[in-house]
Design a protein around this ligand. Structure first.
Ligand SMILES: Nc1nc2c(c(=O)[nH]1)N[C@H]1C(S)=C(S)[C@@H](COP(=O)(O)O)O[C@H]1N2
Ligand SMILES: [Mo]
Length: 305
């Protein structure tokens, strides 16, 4: 763990260190031997402190890593932390297909070498009514998408989680239509807030949090942030998602955090910040309206929930 309570270390330095550790881990894996020089990497870029980070109190690592939703490992909040150790996350390949110039199978370590990792402290709001503040490590999804060169037909991006019947006890039951599937509109995927998460608190993601690569879309309900991604597909039409298939009246494609639109079975006006006693007000777009509201200015968000 990083020493986060020392007055002598500036927040900037802590962030740099966290970025460095997370990247070095990937580099080690890539080289297969000891510590390698972190060369050929845009470390200067990675060190830039993110303007997008919230100053709110971060949720304890213990809560982030033990209170999880990852239904492939069971539907209980503590099931993923108990069961996800069996997931094999290295080596890890991501298949890119559909409407793009550069489809193919990409090794994650190779992807990591070509993007700028940074720390982003984001609010994270689950549709069930709880929230956290999570210091993610990751890189903007836009960087990856640009490298894949989507065609003019690519209007949406579809994501799929690994489906491993041997190591995922939860998929034995048809709780959701496996593999877990999610999607974003192209402008949402390209928005600078949208991250591909690789770590939390400067460490690689634990399996229960979606190792080794997960989406982080902070203005949408948590279920859009799909874990352990193995497939990315550029599509012309809106992809169907696991939660829409499960119940389209309760879970829409957009799923923007919105206190004005109730879930059919409960209000979304308030949330319980994990680790705090009093409930707090939920903000529209989870407090990221300045960055994202313009993408929806023409839409009726009650209809397109
Ligand atoms: N593959 C997969 N991704 C998933 C889920 C899941 O069950 N399977 N749960 C989603 C939900 S509902 C939430 S709230 C977040 C939880 O992320 P966390 O456990 O890291 O907080 O992951 C999302 N991504
Ligand atoms: Mo969620």
């Amino acid at each position: 763990m990083l020493i986060l309570d020392s007055n002598k270390i500036s927040e900037n330095e802590v962030t740099d260190r966290a970025v460095y550790d997370n990247r070095r881990k990937f580099m080690k894996t890539a080289a297969g031997i000891g510590i390698v020089a972190v060369s050929g990497l845009p470390l200067g870029q990675a060190q830039a402190k993110s303007n997008y980070s919230t100053e709110e109190k971060k949720t304890d690592f213990k809560d982030i890593s033990t209170y999880c939703n990852f239904y492939e490992f069971g539907t209980g909040k503590s099931d993923p932390a108990q069961n996800a150790h069996s997931l094999m996350t290295s080596p890890w390949d991501v298949v890119v297909e559909g409407e793009c110039a550069n489809p193919g199978k990409y090794n994650l370590e190779d992807i990591i070498k070509q993007v700028s990792l940074e720390e982003r402290i984001y609010r994270f709001r689950c549709v069930e009514g709880w929230s956290m503040v999570i210091p993610w490590m990751g890189f903007p999804l836009a960087e990856l998408i640009k490298r894949m060169e989507p065609t003019s037909k690519a209007k949406y991006v579809y994501f799929e989680t690994l489906l491993d019947r041997k190591n995922m006890p939860g998929v034995a039951r048809p709780v959701l239509d496996w593999p877990y599937a999610e999607g974003l509109r192209m402008d949402e995927a390209m928005n600078p807030l949208t991250l591909m998460g690789t770590g939390i608190y400067g460490k690689d993601l634990l399996n229960q949090n979606g190792a080794p690569l997960r989406l982080v879309v902070p203005w949408k309900y948590g279920f859009k942030s799909i874990k352990s991604i193995v497939k990315i597909r550029f599509t012309e039409t809106q992809p169907s998602t696991s939660w829409q298939k499960a119940n389209k009246n309760e879970y829409g494609f957009y799923s923007n955090v919105n206190p004005e639109v109730s879930h059919p079975r409960w209000s979304q006006r308030r949330e319980r910040r994990i680790g705090q006693f009093k409930k707090i007000k939920t903000q529209k777009f989870n407090g990221y309206a300045e960055q994202v509201a313009s993408m929806y200015s023409e839409m009726d968000l009650k209809k397109f929930f």
